[in-house]
Design a protein around this ligand. Structure first.
Ligand code: G16
Ligand code: MG
Length: 219
């Protein structure tokens, strides 16, 4: 029986990808190169340092470990400045309503995000209280597709992995759910999220019936 829903943040609950993109683009430009919105897709769900490594490779730029730390810090300062402006109501369509609906129905909820800034974002949206547990980039050592972030989320709400459903927009996040032995709902396009148990365009298209229908699949 499904007892918990575990949510990725960026691309599922809120669209912060646009702010990550602006901040990374500014950093790349300061180093004398640029990258496209298509390349930016590859950064979704990827940790800050791994994102920086990819971007530097795109620009053919090599930096020492110390320089990389400084660059990641600079990007984060720009990013944090941008996310200060996030206001209640800026959740992705249907996200807040679905969270409320499943909590009323008795499901546990947890956040499972790669972002170290998840706490600020949830506070600015005013939806921190819709999660029983928050597991973010500060509490994990392994990035998705490692299942750590979701295993910790299930554990924090006292539910077994095979009683948990992961909502994810990134391929690496769906892989993390599979590696953790959990159900997965892809948020986006079925052609991209091919390994998800089901795919919906957004949480506005999710329902308790669809959630329960996953139980037909054995985990
Ligand atoms: C998010 C974004 C990624 C970002 C990562 C780390 O992941 O999708 O682009 O690089 O968090 O964010 P920060 O630099 O704030 O720690 P998720 O897991 O919420 O989709
Ligand atoms: Mg995401």
């Amino acid at each position: 029986m499904i007892k918990a829903c575990l949510f990725d943040l960026d691309g599922v609950v809120v669209d912060t990808a646009v702010y990550h993109y602006k901040a990374w683009k500014k950093l790349a430009n300061s180093l004398g190169f640029d990258f496209t919105e298509v390349q930016n897709e590859e950064l979704k769900g990827v940790s800050r340092m791994d994102s920086l490594k990819k971007i530097l490779a795109w620009g053919g730029v090599s930096k020492s470990g110390e320089e990389m730390n400084a660059l990641a810090t600079q990007k984060n300062e720009w990013y944090v400045d941008m996310i200060q402006q996030i206001k209640p109501g800026e959740e992705l369509p249907g996200a807040k309503e679905f969270l409320q609906k499943i909590r009323e129905a008795g499901y546990k909820t947890a956040l499972g995000s790669a972002s170290k800034n998840a706490g600020i974002i949830l506070n600015n949206l005013g939806i921190t209280n819709l999660f029983d547990a928050i597991i973010d980039g500060n509490s994990v050592t392994h990035s998705k597709p490692d299942p750590e972030v979701f295993l910790k989320g299930a554990e924090a709400v006292g539910v077994q992995p095979n009683e948990s459903v992961v909502f994810e927009d990134a391929v690496a996040g769906i892989e993390a759910a599979i590696a953790g032995g959990m159900y997965s709902v892809g948020i986006g396009q079925p052609e991209v999220l091919t390994k998800a148990d089901i795919v919906v365009p957004g949480l506005y298209d999710m329902s308790i019936e669809k959630l329960k229908s996953l139980e037909k699949i054995s985990k």
